[in-house]
Design a protein around this ligand. Structure first.
Ligand SMILES: Cc1ncc(COP(=O)(O)O)c(C=O)c1O
Length: 504
């Protein structure tokens, strides 16, 4: 595809892209009566939409057609674009086209992880053990429990109070103990709770020395850190399979992505079957295509979403992921440094960023103050959107809460409490950053934290716990329908069409 030499890239591109996201100027009325701009600090859950990727994908819609159609012009454009997107994403994660394929599945990492767990299980049923770290999101845990085999959680490090990145010495101990029984290891590139970055290529080397495969959960990693799956001088450093969530990579509405070695997939019938991936179908049998990624994408794919993600990833690559990471860490470390100055704030996970670098995410609590209350005040009084509770990483969060809630945990264990929501103290507040966040956003958040700590009793009086167990303001009520209602949006579109229609 054409590439102009004059097109912006690197730092200059980052500068213009940062302010071009849909939703950066969204305003809400607060409990104070003021109307202010929302500060979005919840990118670890889902990022905002990159404007230029959205417009490029909208342009594609002029040629939209099903990639399974063949002859007409639009079908050819759609097919070529869809193929280009696969190649683009595979290049983005540094995966050699001769060895790796890239395919779309589901709406995030979850579907891809289920798929790879079943694939590895079929590949080597005699090896029944899967190692994962304690820091994994449930989507990189439960699929392996259900489809992969017996899952063993490795503690992240030997100094539990620090809870840093995956400790290679400890990992080796587990690999040694279960050697020959381990089919694969699956670890996250970046924790969705602490933002701690794992040395995935070092993990790959170790895992491969023991004859196991490695899956990397790149749900958080893809938008924050450069990835190189293959081409390392020592091939043991190469990663076997990696899974991405498009909605966390500045393309909400896009599918999940799997990039994996073809050799792992080609010996097995694809997990999902249906239209588009077969060469011939007879009444009593069928012949599956040999071609990648066709054979892995049964049914009509999310073509538009994939194109959107391809555009966002192309832009990230034009900026350069080293630059994206540097910028990200400037913001993350600015927040971390300021948070560590508050005596009443506890930041979870290792906070020495030199020994244990982070990107994009910080989870914390204000001592003796509920995480749900903090999230509610940040929202209602400061227009700061954050996430709270356990972030779909219960074992990791429970382990880290021992730092601040050891008494409560002990009592809950003695009482054998199973329902996490029944325990209101179980949780943290998470702030997370995307490439659109500025130092001013961080400073606003730090100011809010300071206010909450200083006025903690006053704020607490303004809330009650509702029937769902959430903190709710006693007098200020927010109604989402005042800001957006799809039905009204549809009506206003129809009215605009009617106004444009020439009089008959
Ligand atoms: C590290 C990590 N892995 C997996 C997932 C699951 O991704 P998805 O919900 O897109 O399937 C998430 C989502 O937050 C995540 O942060």
């Amino acid at each position: 595809m054409p590439n102009s030499k004059n097109t912006l890239s690197g730092e200059a591109l980052l500068e213009v892209i940062q302010s071009d996201f849909i939703g950066l100027n969204t305003k809400y009325k607060l409990a104070t009566g003021e109307t202010t701009r929302r500060i979005y600090l919840d990118s670890t859950a889902s990022t905002l939409m990159m404007g230029s990727a959205y417009r490029a994908a909208a342009d594609f819609l002029n040629h939209y057609a099903n990639t399974h159609s063949v002859m007409h012009y639009s079908a050819r454009i759609a097919t070529d674009t869809f193929a280009w997107v696969h190649d683009r994403i595979r290049d983005f994660v540094g995966a050699d086209p001769a060895e790796y394929t890239c395919f779309f599945t589901g709406s995030g990492v979850t579907a891809g992880m289920n798929r790879m767990a079943r694939t590895f299980k079929h590949l080597r049923p005699e090896r029944n053990i899967v190692l994962i770290s304690i820091m994994e999101h449930h989507s990189n845990d439960l699929p392996h429990r259900k489809h992969g085999g017996t899952v063993i959680h490795i503690p992240v490090d030997t100094h539990e109070s620090h809870m840093g990145c995956i400790d290679l010495v400890l990992l080796k101990t587990y690999l040694e103990e279960y050697r020959d029984k381990i089919n694969y290891v699956s670890v996250t590139g970046i924790s969705n709770v602490t933002g701690i970055i794992n040395p995935i290529n070092e993990v790959a080397r170790l895992v491969h020395e023991y004859g196991a495969y490695l899956i990397v959960d790149a749900a958080q990693m893809a938008a924050h850190v450069p990835i190189r799956m293959s081409g390392h001088q020592n091939p043991l450093h190469n990663v076997d399979a990696l899974v991405i969530s498009g909605h966390k990579t500045y393309a909400p509405g896009s599918p999940g992505v799997v990039v994996a070695r073809k050799s792992l997939l080609e010996s097995l019938e694809p997990e999902e079957v249906g239209g588009g991936m077969v060469d011939r179908v007879f009444p009593d049998s069928y012949i599956i295509s040999d071609e990648f990624p066709t054979r892995e994408e049964a049914g009509t794919p999310n073509i538009y979403g994939a194109v959107l993600l391809g555009a966002a990833i192309d832009i990230l690559d034009r900026i350069g992921m080293e630059k994206v990471l540097r910028d990200d860490q400037t913001i993350t470390n600015r927040a971390l440094e300021a948070m560590l100055k508050f005596e009443d704030v506890v930041v979870y996970g290792e906070t020495d960023v030199n020994s244990c670098p982070r990107a994009g995410t910080i989870s914390f609590n204000i001592r003796h103050y509920n995480h749900g209350l903090v999230a509610a005040i940040l929202n209602d009084y400061f227009n700061i959107a954050v996430r709270n509770e356990c972030f779909c990483a219960h074992p990791y969060v429970e382990k880290m809460l021992e730092l601040t809630h050891s008494r409560e945990i002990h009592i809950a264990r003695v009482r054998q409490v199973k329902d996490w929501h029944a325990e209101p103290w179980m949780g943290m507040v998470r702030v997370s950053f995307g490439i659109y966040n500025t130092p001013a956003d961080v400073d606003h958040f730090i100011h809010a934290l300071d206010e909450i700590i200083r006025r903690r009793d006053e704020f607490k009086e303004l809330y009650f716990i509702n029937d769902h167990g959430d903190y709710e303001h006693k007098t200020f009520k927010f109604r989402s329908g005042e800001y957006f209602c799809l039905n009204s949006a549809v009506e206003s579109e129809i009215n605009m069409l009617a106004a444009d229609k020439p009089a008959e």
